[in-house]
Design a binder for this molecule. Structure first.
Ligand code: SUG
Length: 446
């Protein structure tokens, strides 16, 4: 049976804003307090999904979350009606309030880790929502993420949904942003690469000094156990801690894989040669392409600024691969030169497409951050909630929905406008009908 990679992009939520919440993520910190345009952000995201669908790729969408997160603010002691909760929180604890307004669930690379049925012991697709413990604004995502994933992949005979790992930094898990799968092609069992930033239970090991390592070795190991992977189809690699300290807060900022291609910066990992040899030995694929970018070709600074590695490498229906890059890669002289040369070389990557996702990029989220990869065989594909699949009809409906409900300007003090919460709930209520999700939101259940 044929298998495909399907990308599920996060629909940008109506409160998309710049609050500088992510220490270690340079773009997020640099754009703190900038005025955002949620409508443009959501339309850029939808245009990206439509472009990939039009290229003949399987494309889905995952719903955003309800923000401001009134429930969390109440849990933290704010009382009264919703308007009072928002006003008091903004006045008394502005940083906490802003954390409860983030639309960060849009970066679905952090929604979960997914292992395809070709790799797992029970031949089912396994999902573990990421606990995202390192950042408070992100640690509030997993519960609704889990509901959205279950509403998207509801067939329990094919899809297994695990609980997030324990909510503790020892098991800090950032999902697929630190997970790549290599395989001869998607129909074959593969080798899953788990990239972690530190060891939680062994302080003698190397770890970053300036910025946090969000993913632990122990978390990656737990996911691989839960998903029923055998030691033959998992490889654990430590991220270079010096790069985390330079702003590489997830592995997908410095490496990306697709089928038999691993595209990475020479400084991305520790023990690189050893790990590349282990992958080769476990994969047993006839052809494996390691595309290692030298520092002399692209500096780490330019890689971070342009998000060269936060690109998506996709296999086109023709069998050739294309790289989907943010326009920042085109605008960066060194990176543009590199990509122009890359597609002429003897690798499967033959095309480069530039997409504008600037609203997301300003928060440190490139094309690859916006998507969750799910490799599915034809039967599994048919079991996906069809309303979450992007085609012309759903694209048109979602575009109309965004234009109807989203603001085109959001400054910090707009976030405590009680009308905003009303707008968000009205929009999300309508969205659950468009995507046929059922009542996934808490406000729909009360
Ligand atoms: O977790 N930014 C996100 C970006 C996530 C990118 N994802 C991947 N690399 N896969 C983060 O740092 C910024 C929000 C703010 O500052 O308002 C933010 O959460």
């Amino acid at each position: 049976m044929r298998s495909y990679e399907m990308n599920f992009d996060g629909l940008v939520g109506p409160t998309h804003n710049y609050s500088g919440l992510s220490v270690g993520n340079i773009a997020s910190r640099n754009n703190a307090s900038a005025i955002s345009n949620p409508k443009q952000a959501a339309l850029e995201g939808l245009a990206k999904m439509k472009t990939l669908a039009d290229m003949g790729l399987k494309q889905g969408v995952l719903a955003p979350q309800e923000r401001p997160n009134i429930y969390m603010l109440r849990q933290l002691g704010f009382t009264g009606d919703d308007a009072k909760v928002m006003r008091d929180a903004y006045q008394q604890a502005p940083s906490v309030f802003l954390s409860c307004c983030s639309a960060s669930s849009m970066w679905t690379a952090n929604a979960a880790t997914v292992s395809p049925s070709a790799d797992t012991a029970d031949n089912k697709v396994h999902f573990t929502p990421a606990n995202l413990t390192n950042k408070f604004h992100r640690a509030t995502e997993p519960e609704i993420t889990s509901r959205v994933l279950k509403a998207t992949f509801s067939d329990t005979s094919r899809f297994v949904h695990h609980a997030p790992l324990p909510f503790n930094e020892h098991f800090g898990d950032e999902g697929a942003a630190n997970h790549t799968r290599l395989c001869a092609n998607h129909s074959h069992s593969g080798v899953e690469l788990f990239v972690y930033g530190r060891y939680a239970f062994d302080e003698s090991k190397l770890s970053p000094k300036v910025f946090p390592a969000r993913q632990t070795y122990e978390a990656s190991q737990a996911i691989s156990r839960l998903h029923g992977l055998s030691p033959d189809n998992a490889v654990f690699i430590q991220q270079n801690p010096d790069l985390i300290d330079q702003g590489v807060f997830h592995n997908d900022v410095i490496a990306v894989g697709n089928e038999n291609v691993l595209f990475f910066h020479e400084q991305a990992f520790l023990d690189t040669d050893l790990k590349l040899a282990e992958i080769k030995q476990k994969l047993r694929a006839d052809s494996l392409h390691y595309i290692c970018v030298q520092t002399s070709e692209v500096s780490v600074e330019n890689a971070i600024k342009s998000y060269l590695f936060n690109t998506q490498i996709v296999t086109l229906p023709s069998g050739e691969m294309a790289i989907i890059a943010p326009t920042e890669c085109q605008e960066n002289e060194q990176v543009n030169r590199y990509l122009t040369t890359l597609i002429q070389q003897n690798t499967p990557i033959k095309h480069v497409h530039y997409l504008n996702v600037k609203q997301s990029m300003k928060n440190g989220g490139g094309p690859a951050c916006l998507r969750l990869r799910v490799a599915l065989n034809e039967d599994e594909l048919n079991a996906v909630n069809p309303s979450t699949v992007i085609n012309q009809l759903q694209y048109d409906r979602l575009t109309t929905w965004v234009n109807k409900h989203y603001r085109d300007k959001l400054a910090e003090n707009d976030l405590c406008d009680p009308l905003l919460l009303h707008e968000v709930r009205t929009a999300l209520d309508e969205l659950t009908t468009i995507l046929n999700l059922g009542s996934v939101y808490t406000f729909q259940q009360n």
